[in-house]
Design a protein around this ligand. Structure first.
Ligand code: ATP
Ligand code: MG
Length: 563
C-alpha cells in the first residue's frame, strides 16, 4: 500500500485522480505554495503547506515555493526568511524551485502588451475614486470607462510611457477589456497594472508600475507549469478571471484553480493584519510569541511538526468554512509529546520538605523511567537527599474531603523514592503561609512500594533541594477568552477579547539536575504538570509550557466525536 492510500481522501484528491486517469497535464502533479511576504506564517498556512507539499509527495509530483511579492510597500526580507524557515521546519523541501513573482515582472509586462495588441486591454485615466463609482454594485451593472475604446496604438504608447515613469502615481491604470455588465464584479474590466513609485525588496526602483494579484498569479502558475493551483474559497469568484487571462493569452500550460475552505481555529485570530497589530502594539512579544498561532510561535511553544501534520490530516479538506476547536490542535500536540517527550520532575511553586530521619550528609541515586510509553527511552538516576521541594499545592494544613495529597499526619508516595509522612509544618509568622514541612520516610519503601502492601492515595513529584536547578517557567494559556474574537456580527475591537491571564511567569521553579544542560527547543513532560519546551538557557533554563496533560476546557470528547 502506498503512503497516500492510508490518508483520507478528499475532493482535491478525487480531482487529481480523475486528471491522472485522463492523462491531463501528461500525468504530472505540480503544486505551489504562494505566500505573500507580508507577515509570518500561521496554522492556516500550515494547512495549505501540508496540502500542497503533501499532495506533491503522495503523487510523486513537485511543489514550488513562490513568494507572491507584487505589493512592494508591504513586503520585507524578514518575512521571506521566516517563511522559508517555517516551511523547512514543517519538513518540506522545495528543492531548487524557490520563485518570486517579481522574477516574472518583465514577462508579465510582455503578456500585458500582448493583451493590448489583441485589443483586450486598455489604458484608463479614471482616478481610483472614479474607478470605484464606475464599477457598479452587486445589483447594478458597471459603466464603461470613457477611455475603453482607445486605439491599440494609443494604448501601446501610453502603457510604455506608464512604465517609463511619465505619469504620476494613481493617474492611470491598465485594465482588461472584459464586460462591465458582468454579474461577477471581478470581470468588470479589472485593473491589471497600477502606477506606484515604491522600493521593491528585490527589484528596487526598476519599476514604477506593478501588476495586480489576479493577473500575476495565474501567469506565474502557468510559467511554472503548475497543474493544480490550490487556493482558499474567497478566490472562487476570481476563477473566471484566472481562466480568462490564460485563455486570452493562449498560454501553453493552463493550470486548474481549485478552492478549499480556509482554516479558522477557536480562541485565536488568523488574519495577518490582526496578528501584525498585536505585534506592533506589543500585546505579545513578537511574531514568535508562544501564544501566537504563527508557526514560529508554535515552534517556540514546543509544538512538533508531527503534531501539526496530524492536525492538518484530521481536519481534512472541504469546501465549507468552519471553525476548528483549539482543543483538537492541543490534543494532537499532547498525543505526539506523550509518545516522544522524556518525563522529568520539576516543581513550579516550591515548598521545602525536610526528612527528619534521613541522614544529613547522605545522597542516593534512584532509578526513574524516562517514558513508560516507550521502554527504549531507558532510565536515568535522580538524586534524593534530606531536603526536598514538593509542589506548594500538594500540601494542605486542613484538607477538605477529596484532597488525598500531603497533610499533617498523612502518608504519601514520592515518585521513584519513598513513602513519607508529614509530622509537622512551619508557618511564616507574618503571612501565615506554610513555608516548611517536616516529614519522616520509611526506608523499607525504597523505589515507591511498601513490602507490607500498605497503600497510599497520592504520588507526588519532588526534587532534591541541593541538586535541583533553578529555572523560570512560563505558563501560557489561550490568547483570547472568546471563541471567535473577530465575529462578523460583532463590531467590538478583537483586542477587547485578549485573555489578560494568557501568560504567568514563575521565576524560581526547581527542576531535576538532568535538565541542567537541556538543549533549547527540547521538549519534556514535567510529571503531573504537562509538557514543557526549553526556550533558552542563558542565565538559567527557561521553559515554556506547551500544553497541559489534559484539556482543561474538557471539550475534546465533543471535538473528537465530530470527526
Ligand atoms: P491574510 O488574508 O491574513 O493576509 P493570505 O491568505 O493573504 O492571509 P497568503 O500569504 O496570501 O496569506 O497565503 C498563502 C497561501 O496560504 C494562500 O494560498 C492562502 O490561500 C493560504 N492560506 C492563508 N490563510 C489560510 C487559512 N486560514 N487556511 C488555509 N489556507 C490559508
Ligand atoms: Mg493572499
Amino acid at each position: 500500500m502506498s503512503m497516500h492510500d492510508l490518508k483520507p481522501s478528499h475532493f482535491i484528491r478525487d480531482i487529481i485522480d480523475e486528471d491522472l486517469r485522463n492523462n491531463k497535464h501528461e500525468g504530472r502533479v505540480h503544486t505551489r505554495f504562494p505566500p505573500e511576504p507580508n507577515g509570518y506564517l500561521h496554522i492556516g498556512h500550515a494547512k495549505s503547506i501540508c496540502l500542497n507539499f503533501g499532495l506533491a509527495q503522495d503523487y510523486n509530483g513537485l511543489c514550488n515555493l513562490r513568494f507572491d511579492d507584487t505589493n512592494p510597500s508591504k513586503e520585507e526580507i524578514e518575512y521571506v526568511e521566516s517563511i522559508k524557515e517555517d516551511v523547512r521546519w514543517l519538513g518540506f523541501d522545495w528543492g531548487d524551485r524557490l520563485y518570486y513573482a517579481s522574477d516574472y515582472f518583465e514577462q508579465l509586462y510582455h503578456y500585458a502588451v500582448q493583451l493590448i495588441k489583441s485589443n483586450k486591454a486598455y489604458v484608463c485615466d479614471l482616478s481610483p475614486d472614479e474607478l470605484r463609482q464606475y464599477r457598479g454594485t452587486l445589483t447594478a451593472p458597471g459603466t464603461e470607462s470613457p477611455y475603453r475604446n482607445r486605439s491599440v496604438a494609443e494604448n501601446l504608447d501610453l502603457f510604455q510611457r506608464m512604465r517609463a515613469g511619465e505619469f504620476e502615481d494613481g493617474t492611470r491604470t491598465l485594465r482588461a477589456k472584459i464586460d462591465m455588465a458582468s454579474p461577477n464584479l471581478n470581470m468588470r474590466d479589472p485593473v491589471i497594472y497600477r502606477i506606484l513609485r515604491a522600493e521593491h525588496h528585490r527589484t528596487g526602483s526598476a519599476w514604477c508600475i506593478y501588476p495586480m494579484y489576479d493577473f500575476t498569479h495565474c501567469l506565474s502558475d502557468s510559467l511554472e507549469s503548475i497543474t493544480h493551483s490550490i487556493c482558499t474559497l474567497e478566490f472562487e469568484d476570481h476563477r473566471p478571471l484566472y481562466d480568462w487571462f490564460l485563455d486570452e493569452l493562449a498560454v501553453a500550460c493552463h493550470p486548474q484553480q481549485i478552492e478549499f475552505a480556509r482554516l479558522n481555529v477557536s480562541y485565536t485570530v488568523m488574519s495577518k493584519r490582526m496578528l501584525m497589530e498585536l505585534v506592533d502594539q506589543a500585546q505579545v512579544d513578537g511574531w514568535d510569541d508562544p501564544r501566537m498561532p504563527t508557526i514560529a510561535g508554535m515552534r517556540r511553544r514546543g509544538y512538533t511538526p508531527a503534531s501539526i501534520h496530524s492536525f492538518c490530516e484530521r481536519i481534512g479538506v472541504a469546501k465549507r468554512d468552519s471553525m476548528v476547536d483549539m482543543a483538537l490542535l492541543e490534543h494532537c500536540v499532547r498525543e505526539d509529546l506523550n509518545k516522544h517527550a522524556p518525563r522529568v520532575m520539576a516543581v513550579l511553586r516550591p515548598l521545602k520538605v525536610i526528612i527528619d530521619n534521613y541522614p544529613e550528609d547522605q545522597t542516593e541515586d534512584l532509578d526513574a523511567v524516562n517514558n513508560p510509553e516507550d521502554a527504549g527511552m531507558g532510565t536515568r538516576r535522580i538524586p534524593f537527599s534530606r531536603v526536598l521541594y514538593i509542589e506548594r499545592d500538594d500540601f494542605m494544613e486542613a484538607p477538605p474531603k477529596k484532597f488525598y495529597r500531603l497533610a499533617p499526619g498523612r502518608e504519601v508516595r514520592l515518585r521513584y523514592a519513598y513513602f513519607i509522612t508529614c509530622t509537622d509544618f512551619v508557618k511564616d509568622a507574618k503571612t501565615g503561609e506554610v513555608v516548611e514541612l517536616h516529614c519522616t520516610y520509611d526506608p523499607a519503601t525504597r523505589g515507591g512500594d511498601a513490602p507490607d502492601g500498605r497503600k497510599v492515595k497520592a504520588t507526588l513529584h519532588w526534587v532534591s533541594a541541593a541538586h535541583a536547578v533553578e529555572a523560570e517557567v512560563r505558563l501560557y494559556d489561550r490568547l483570547f477568552v472568546k471563541e471567535n474574537p473577530c465575529d462578523d456580527k460583532d463590531t467590538t475591537d478583537f483586542k477587547t477579547f485578549l485573555n489578560p491571564n494568557s501568560l504567568e511567569t514563575l521565576p524560581s521553579c526547581r527542576v531535576e539536575p538532568s535538565l541542567a544542560k537541556a538543549a533549547p527547543g527540547s521538549r519534556y513532560q514535567f510529571e503531573r504538570l504537562g509538557y514543557f519546551c526549553v526556550d533558552s538557557m542563558k542565565d538559567k533554563p527557561v521553559f515554556n509550557r506547551t500544553v497541559g496533560l489534559r484539556d482543561p476546557w474538557a471539550k475534546i470528547k465533543k471535538v473528537m466525536s465530530n470527526e
